[in-house]
Write a protein that binds this ligand. Structure first.
Ligand code: SF4
Ligand code: SF4
Length: 397
């Protein structure tokens, strides 16, 4: 697609906005800055004007577009609805970012084998102890490398866990998406999802070491996003599965865009839909549940997950507020804008119940790492876990 085609498409998408402003109170960056240029309506107008050339695409203007968390709260509440996700991806592909992206770091994150090897190297050299203080001493506060070093102490094990053997498959075959960061650091949740789906009657197979392309799409690299999407489609078609399932809802929107016509589901929603055959052992505990933006706005499985957790006898669940409350992780945002990401996170962590719960649950690996790092900074030892991991532990065989 040429530049003028992209400009025409962005203009068409922007024209869908009737400028009612109903999305503004739901936008986390508008909640943070209280300025029109940090709102969905403002960004739509800026994108349209910049690609049309009616205003210069200055670094200041592009920074407002770069600040968008891609949480899609605006798209969910928009009465039109404006296709904001498509507009954001198109605009980021058409306009360079306000400042250079940390391409080398982002490239590692989207290559699971390399990421796994680097995680093993970091573990072997005990980097979690020496890298964060060194990064704080030598790198500026807004450095992506410094933000990445800050995650080292909270990284879950990158060891691949054992695959669950296939079970009865009355409900057909589903393919569990491996992903990149989730495949390396959220293996516990993927194994839990596989166990739960098998217990619910699915033949759950895995397709490993594939990135969905979300990071590439969100950072404007449309060609790489397309290439990665094609690899996932080929692996899914070769799996013989009827449905592709992701344990991390953050990958869902990109997977659905990459596999038009295929059934792509969030694991929590799919398990919840077939939970009638599952039973859980009681757990006397209080947990706080963080619903990631993509779970609420893209997967729309937040209610289903709450119903699923309610099936665990004696478990008390308190849901953290979601309106205009993104944790700030937002894909590469926590690395590219660590101070803004920390501000969002601080607002969210302030809503944790007091006294502290026994566990914090969240389904996105990015949110899990970002929240765990914030809790650690605050001196809290509260553990952060995927809800499916808790549910699989309580599954009554
Ligand atoms: S994006 Fe939707 S909700 Fe927001 S101002 Fe435009 S039409 Fe209104
Ligand atoms: S995607 Fe989220 S952060 Fe971006 S404009 Fe919409 S509501 Fe605001």
């Amino acid at each position: 697609m040429g530049a003028s085609d992209a400009a025409a498409r962005i203009a068409g998408l922007a024209d869908e906005c009737v400028k009612c402003g109903l999305c503004l109170p739901h936008c986390p960056t508008y909640a943070l800055d209280a300025t029109e240029t940090e709102s969905p309506r403002g960004r739509i107008a800026l994108a349209a004007a910049a690609v049309a050339g009616t205003v210069p695409a200055s670094p200041d203007l592009r920074l407002h577009l770069d600040h968008c968390l891609g949480c899609m709260a605006c798209e969910r509440v928009c009465p039109v609805p404006v296709r904001y996700a498509a507009l954001l991806v198109e605009t980021r592909a058409a306009l360079a970012p306000a400042r250079p992206r940390p391409h080398a770091l982002l490239g590692v994150l989207s290559r699971p084998r390399l990421l796994r090897a680097m995680a093993a190297g970091a573990r072997w050299t005990l980097a979690r102890h020496w890298a964060p203080p060194l990064a704080r001493a030598w790198l500026p506060e807004d450095s992506a490398l410094r933000a990445a070093a800050g995650l080292l102490p909270v990284l879950p094990s990158a060891n691949p866990g054992p695959a669950s053997p296939s079970a009865r498959a009355a409900r057909g075959r589903v393919a569990l998406f491996g992903g990149c960061v989730q495949g390396v650091f959220e293996r516990d949740a993927q194994i839990a999802a596989q166990r739960l789906l098998q217990a619910a009657g699915f033949d759950a197979v895995r397709i490993d070491d594939r990135c969905c392309g979300a990071l590439a799409a969100h950072t404007g690299d449309a060609d790489r996003a397309r290439h990665l999407g094609e690899r996932v489609r080929a692996a899914f078609e070769g799996s013989g599965a009827q449905t592709l399932v992701t344990a991390t809802p953050g990958c869902l929107g990109t997977l659905r865009a990459a596999l038009p016509g295929a059934r792509v589901e969030d694991a929590s929603g799919l398990v919840a839909a077939h939970a009638d055959v599952l039973s859980f052992r009681p757990l006397e505990a209080r947990v706080a549940l963080h619903l990631p933006c993509t779970q609420v706005n893209v997967a729309r499985s937040g209610d289903a997950l709450q119903r699923l957790l309610a099936r665990v006898p004696q478990l008390k669940v308190q849901v953290l507020p979601t309106q205009a409350q993104c944790c700030g992780a937002a894909g590469s945002h926590m690395l590219e804008f660590p101070q803004r990401a920390a501000a969002c996170r601080g607002k969210l962590l302030a809503t944790l119940p007091n006294p502290a719960p026994d566990l914090l649950l969240t389904s996105n690996i990015g949110c899990r790492l970002h929240l765990a790092a914030g809790l650690r900074e605050n001196g809290s030892s509260l553990a952060v876990e995927h809800p499916l991991t808790l549910l699989a532990k309580q599954l009554d065989a």
